[in-house]
Design a protein around this ligand. Structure first.
Ligand SMILES: C[S@@+](CC[C@H](N)C(=O)[O-])C[C@H]1O[C@@H](n2cnc3c(N)ncnc32)[C@H](O)[C@@H]1O
Length: 362
């Protein structure tokens, strides 16, 4: 019996390590006579499928540091060896042709399209791609995207509120550019890969933060926590430039591989440093003058503020004495009392009926 758990852990019992969509997929494999071959697993967030199918020696497409940590932890707990050459990013090409690919459909249809393109490039005429999703998340766009890459697109019957999409016969597809861009202001365009937070415009909460943040020239080491495409760091760098202040050292960290890769495109400066990580463990205590964030509170379809709460404590730890943590959040999230428990001073910098920007001093 495999022992597979979530990383990061959660106290929320409604958040599970797998869904009936995973089990539908595993049952389908058991019942169909697909011979063992080169297998790719995509968007397998905790390595649940990778553990169950370890005898296939699958390739895993890893899009999040937390996903990689979960997979390594679950492999170790089940004495399964990790083959480093079988861990790929969403921007890598598969090193071999695939016979089978299993895809857990992500919330972002653009990311789904990127994944199917990656699989299509590695498909041969008999490759089978099985996508799985909870029926409530179905959209016609999924079919449209699947038909862009495969001739045959079949839907299974629903089973326990989940469904499969089976794709065969890859189409020849011209090279696709997956970068999109959005405007920070008249002078600055921000580029990003699919699935990165806030695709078509700067997020309203982020914009509210950027319109109201009061910066200080003396703050020269700055962390953008959950940096996404890097928009906050880019705007801060721009404000320093407009004021003729010395360019600060900017550190950007995000759990999403594609977010970090996007932010690298947006901040070519030598003073910008990028961290593909899901926590602040790698930073020394008392490193930063300022930590800024529009902190995460969901992951795909899941809402979970536990990670956010952890980040408040971690932000405190990496701040220098008197350093500031400035964050924006939706009013309904009510983080105030928690922030007051951690920081010596907590001030409302600005608020609106929808958002609050808080300044917390270590
Ligand atoms: C609300 S978005 C903000 C993104 C960007 N700063 C902006 O304002 O557009 C939160 C970001 O946190 C990232 N994130 C989620 N969980 C994380 C974690 N454990 N560690 C680091 N980043 C995380 C998400 O990938 C996402 O990019």
């Amino acid at each position: 019996m495999l022992k597979i758990t979530r990383y990061p852990e959660t106290k929320n019992k409604s958040l599970q390590v797998s869904s009936t969509a995973d089990d539908y997929l595993l049952n389908y494999l058991k019942e169909s006579d697909i011979p063992k071959g080169n297998l790719a697993l995509v968007n397998d967030r905790f390595g649940y499928l990778a553990c169950h199918l370890s005898d296939w020696k699958p390739y895993s497409v890893i899009a999040f540091k937390s996903q990689e940590k979960a997979l390594r932890m679950n492999f170790e707990n089940n004495t399964i060896q990790v083959d480093e050459t079988h861990l790929l990013s969403p921007l890598d090409s598969f090193p071999t042709k695939l016979d089978l690919a299993l895809v857990k459909v992500p919330k972002s249809v653009d990311l789904f399209r990127l994944y199917l393109n990656q699989i299509n490039e590695a498909s041969h005429n008999d490759t089978v791609v099985v996508c799985t999703f909870m029926t409530k998340y179905f959209s016609k766009q999924l079919l449209k995207i699947a038909e862009e890459f495969f001739e045959v697109v079949e839907q299974s019957l629903a089973w326990k509120k989940s469904r499969l999409l089976i794709l065969k016969k890859p189409k020849k597809v011209a090279d696709i550019s997956f970068l999109s861009s959005l405007k920070l202001n008249t002078n600055i365009d921000i580029q990003q890969y699919p699935g990165v937070f806030s695709a078509n415009n700067v997020d309203y909460a982020t914009q509210f933060l950027l319109d109201n943040i009061k910066l200080k020239e003396s703050e020269q080491s700055i962390l953008d926590l959950g940096s996404g495409n890097g928009v906050i760091a880019v705007a801060i760098q721009d404000k320093y430039k407009q004021n003729n202040w010395q360019e600060p050292k900017l550190h950007l960290m995000d759990d999403s591989f594609l977010a970090v890769e996007s932010s690298k495109l947006n901040l070519p400066s030598k003073e910008a440093h990028f961290h593909y990580t899901d926590d602040l463990e790698d930073f020394e205590d008392k490193t930063f003058d300022l930590v800024v964030s529009n902190p995460p509170f969901h992951f795909d379809y899941e809402i979970n503020t536990e990670i956010t709460m952890d980040f408040f404590e971690q932000a405190y730890t990496v701040l220098k004495p008197n350093g500031r943590f400035i964050l924006v959040f939706n009013r309904h999230l009510r983080y105030n009392s928690l922030l007051k428990r951690i920081f010596s001073q907590v001030n409302v910098m600005v608020d609106s009926p929808k958002f609050m920007v808080m300044e917390c001093v270590r």
